[in-house]
Design a protein around this ligand. Structure first.
Ligand code: NAP
Length: 315
């Protein structure tokens, strides 16, 4: 009998909230996984912590997932890119020489724009785009520090490849790891829809410094933005993502009325936002299409000024 081939290892680049959430679930299902840390200093700190900790429903469990840096010589066959959109291109460049022929990448970044930049850097790899509603955050207050991640919101991850609708074989590993997912040939439509929802809600919550529910006090502004976003989606070949956008935006505002949006949280905590891949990408796409969207453009300018006044980068 032939000895069975060892299972292909996952590499997770970005030991942040989602990276650790994925790595912990793969590791506990017995799927080989390695974390790629930013530099030798971060690797040493991670190794000192002895691995990562995932807190689920108040229960903390430790996972000694092995770590390495981009300089490790081991070839990479399967990579989860779990950094922020603004770090994606440089992060992928750092491991590009290690990608094996036929390597597959899963791109977890929010918004749009970073995925094309990554794909252009590594034309030899298959890029699978993801859109996730799972929620996790790093428990910075804990003594274990950075690698303690709280799984805060059950959700779902849609995965798809606009260039090839064949699902990859490893979806079975996600199933086994308890990562709720679905192969989604219309992944671009999903990403555009999520981007449009974000553009209609998040920037206004920053400018009005309010929870999502605070936008109930600005119905005309929300409605005008939705109308312009629908024009944009139609003109860039995503009409399905425009269907009932305003109704969906109102539903999200109601359902999440008590929450602060992710962009509001980033600004409140002095963290860089992903604006260039959300509202910035929407406005840049409109400009390329020579589409005049005055309210969306004005919103973008107001937000850039606001970030600048608060000492935060606008890209
Ligand atoms: P995060 O907690 O900030 O984690 C990002 C990680 O990437 C950090 O650990 C960072 O390292 C690391 N990183 C950046 N550049 C790197 C490089 N060159 N080499 C190695 N590591 C690098 O971010 P996140 O919340 O997981 O978000 C990741 C993406 O998922 C974002 O686009 C976000 O919008 C999206 N998303 C997040 C959630 C959520 O609940 N968190 C939900 C849905 C979608 P350092 O620690 O050294 O900076």
């Amino acid at each position: 009998m032939q000895p069975s081939k060892p299972a292909t290892s996952w590499h997770v680049l970005g030991a942040g909230s989602l990276g650790c959430l994925w790595a912990a679930r793969l590791a506990r299902a017995g799927v080989p996984v390695q974390l790629i840390l930013r530099n030798p200093g971060r690797l040493a700190a991670y190794q000192h912590a002895g691995g990562l900790t995932l807190v689920e429903q108040g229960q903390a469990r430790h996972y000694p997932v092995p770590g390495q840096t981009a300089a490790d010589p081991q070839p990479i066959q399967r990579l989860l890119l779990a950094c922020k959109a603004y770090d994606a291109e440089s992060a992928i460049a750092s491991i590009a020489p290690r990608l094996a022929p036929g390597a597959e990448l899963v791109l977890l970044q929010n918004g749009l724009g970073s995925q094309d930049a990554v794909a252009a850097r590594v034309p030899q790899a298959r890029c699978i785009l993801a859109s996730s509603t799972e929620g996790a955050f790093r428990d910075g207050a804990a003594p274990e520090g950075e690698w303690r991640v709280v799984f805060a919101g059950q959700g779902h991850t849609w995965l798809g490849d606009p260039l090839d609708d064949h699902p990859p074989r490893w979806l079975a590993e996600l199933e086994r790891s308890g990562i709720p997912h679905q192969w989604s040939p219309d992944i671009l439509s999903r990403l555009w829809r999520k981007l449009a929802l974000n553009c209609a809600i998040n920037p206004l919550t920053v400018l009005y410094d309010c929870r999502n529910g605070g936008l109930n006090g600005h119905p005309a502004e929300v409605s005008t933005l939705c109308a312009e976003l629908c024009q944009l989606l139609q003109s860039c070949g995503q009409p399905a993502a425009a269907v009932d956008l305003h109704v969906d935006v109102q539903r999200v505002i109601l359902a999440t009325a008590a929450n602060y949006s992710s962009m509001h949280q980033d600004v409140a905590q002095g963290r860089r936002t992903e604006i260039a891949y959300l509202l910035g990408h929407a406005c840049a796409t409109a400009q390329r299409q020579r589409l005049v969207l005055p309210h969306l453009t004005a919103l973008h300018e107001r937000l850039l000024q606001y970030l600048d006044a608060h000492g935060l980068p606008s890209h």
